[in-house]
Design a protein around this ligand. Structure first.
Ligand code: UDP
Ligand code: MG
Length: 324
């Protein structure tokens, strides 16, 4: 068993939440494809706090197929959490994630494996070019993908495709938290993994059950995009962000205040009250906002300085003559 665990080529990760009808069919199909291609593989099923018989089903399947391994959450934490614990557990050189609802096809596994192993991609993301989803989902998805492409600079057509393949090193280096599974390529890019590819994949209509995400996915998705870009760019130097805006605001306010002062003292002799001039309010607001921004920057710096991963840098290689 030990030796078998060491030479695993592919780890297939399946997050599942109330998918009892489909997991048997899915694991059979994955096993068939992997056996035909002579892969040494493992399937890691993460039950994300299902309330149906999913976990029981996983335990049953394990008895007849020892490639299947399972983790079960006590409650529903979300797809990101499920992926994160699976990424900690995987042993394979190539890691392939796949939804449990049979919308993604296991027939794509050999080619995805090939692209990571032979062509050297860090990540290969599936692209559901022809989708079988309701129109209420496909249209907002297009908008979401276009925005993500612009903001992140990663040219993927289908950022949030559940079917993706990774080099082991990638999943061991990144942390997927909150709802960040939508942006794994962005997280990986910030971690320094640049060879990100795409493969057109087959997509099916959901056969059993229903989708686990509603329309709120788009709002949350955009908010997450902001957070992730901010953390990636300024996470280690928050003052550069808040300080820049703060200085700018303060400078604008200060110019207005200076102008009001000069005008009152030397130019305008009609005796208009300073407080009745619009520029007075602009000056006041800008200066207060500027100071607030500075304070936010200082607080950010203090948090960053005390954060446990402030000095964690991913090291790609070291020369052999360096001591460990
Ligand atoms: N999923 C999960 N936890 C959740 C929601 C979803 O593990 O809280 C799993 C779900 O079981 C499925 C995958 O994530 O395997 C994708 O979910 P779904 O098919 O509902 O999303 P859609 O295809 O509609 O984007
Ligand atoms: Mg689905």
């Amino acid at each position: 068993m030990e030796i078998e665990n060491q030479n695993i080529q592919i780890s297939i990760v399946v997050p599942l939440f109330n998918e009892e009808e489909s997991i048997g069919e899915l694991t059979d199909w994955i096993s068939k494809v992997c056996t035909e291609n002579n892969f040494n593989y493992e399937i890691i099923m993460v039950d994300d706090g299902s309330t149906d018989k999913s976990w029981k089903k996983v335990e049953e399947l394990m008895i007849s197929n020892n490639k299947i391994k399972g983790i079960s959450f006590r409650r529903n934490y979300g797809k990101s959490a499920a992926l994160n614990v699976a990424f900690e557990a995987v042993k394979g050189d190539v890691v392939i994630t796949m939804d449990a609802d049979l919308q993604d096809s296991p027939d794509e596994i050999p080619e995805l494996f090939q692209m990571v192993k032979e062509e050297g991609f860090d990540i290969v993301s599936g692209w559901k070019k022809k989708r079988y989803d309701p129109i209420t989902k496909t249209i907002p998805t297009k908008l979401y993908n276009a925005t993500t492409r612009r903001v992140s600079g990663i040219k993927l057509h289908d950022m949030n495709c559940g079917l993706k393949a990774y080099k082991k090193e990638v999943v061991k280096s990144i942390e997927v938290y909150g709802e960040m599974h939508r942006y794994i390529p962005v997280i990986a890019k910030w971690a320094g993994f640049n060879k990100i590819g795409e493969k057109v994949v087959q997509h099916q209509e959901r056969k059993y059950g229903k989708t686990k995400f509603g329309l709120e996915r788009f709002l949350f998705g955009f908010l997450d995009l902001f957070s992730i870009t901010f953390i990636g760019r300024f996470g280690k130097r928050p003052m550069h962000f808040f300080g820049t805006i703060g200085s700018l605001m303060f400078a604008i306010g200060f110019c207005f205040a200076l102008w009001i002062g000069i005008d009152k003292l030397f130019i305008d002799k009609t005796g208009t009250l300073i407080a009745s001039r619009p520029s007075f309010y602009i000056a006041l607001t800008c200066m207060i906002l500027g100071v607030q921004m500075f304070l936010a920057g200082f607080l950010g710096e203090m948090l960053a300085r005390n954060s446990p991963n402030r000095n964690i840098y991913l090291i790609k290689a070291k020369t052999a003559n360096l001591d460990d």
